[in-house]
Design a protein around this ligand. Structure first.
Ligand SMILES: O=C(CO)[C@@H](O)[C@H](O)COP(=O)(O)O
Length: 221
């Protein structure tokens, strides 16, 4: 099974962003956390900055919108060339309309759920999405501890994906380390967002390779 390692640039040095994007060139996608200080109690950047990140990034962008009103904002990130745009189930009454618009523009459509949100109501929407993000921390900040209690959601998603035959990526985000990546991979995840364990390691390239190897070894079991 394909494994994807997506370092989160929330842990990069924002005034040396081009350098820190270069440091993760061996990863699959650069994970870009957009926060509006309403949906989550933190603020990062908007379309203008993400457009410049897109210009200089050596790898495609995996944009994660932790914002209200994705109906209004999400299409703009697809239009600026993001490879995937993920928005939160909790932030909209019409996730299917947002996903369809993203796909129309040419981006992969992603649906994210917070740790406290059940996945069952969204299982039937799987055909509308290219990836589902199960948050393994409360969204808003890097450097938090992985919440293992959400693993049953991945198991349900993995079973639903196998049953349907759909090629939907299952992503986890928050507290991913050499140890927790194995737990998430065993539960069915194939796409891993890691911020502090990559950027605070002192050697992002080695950290990415280590995470990739750990996830592969879990999938072999
Ligand atoms: O979306 C978020 C936080 O809300 C993440 O993408 C974090 O950036 C992950 O950071 P670590 O937990 O890996 O340090």
């Amino acid at each position: 099974m394909a494994i994807r390692i997506n370092p989160s640039i929330l842990s990069a040095d924002f005034v040396n962003m081009e350098r820190d994007l270069g440091a993760i060139a061996t990863a699959d996608l650069a994970h870009v956390d957009v926060m509006d200080n309403h949906f989550v109690p933190n603020l990062t950047f908007g379309p203008q900055m993400v457009g410049r990140i897109q210009d200089v990034s050596p790898i495609p962008l995996d944009v994660h919108l932790m914002i209200e009103n994705p109906e209004h904002w999400a299409p703009g990130y697809a239009e600026l060339g993001a490879y995937s745009v993920t928005f939160h189930a909790e932030s909209t009454d019409n996730p299917v309309a947002v996903a369809r618009r993203l796909r129309e523009i040419g981006a992969r459509a992603g649906l994210a759920v917070k740790p406290g949100t059940d996945i069952e109501p969204y299982l039937e929407l799987m055909p509308e999405f290219d990836q589902i993000l199960v948050m393994t921390v409360e969204p808003g900040f890097g450097g938090q501890s992985f919440i293992p209690d959400v693993m049953p959601k991945l198991e349900l998603l993995d079973a639903a994906r196998k049953k349907s035959g759909l090629d939907v990526w299952l992503q986890v985000d928050g507290g991913i380390t050499l140890d927790t990546i194995v737990i998430a991979a065993e539960a069915g995840a194939d796409t891993f967002v890691a911020g502090s364990s990559v950027y605070n390691s002192g050697n992002p390239e080695k950290a990415i390779a280590g995470l990739r190897a750990a996830a592969h070894s879990a999938h072999k079991h």
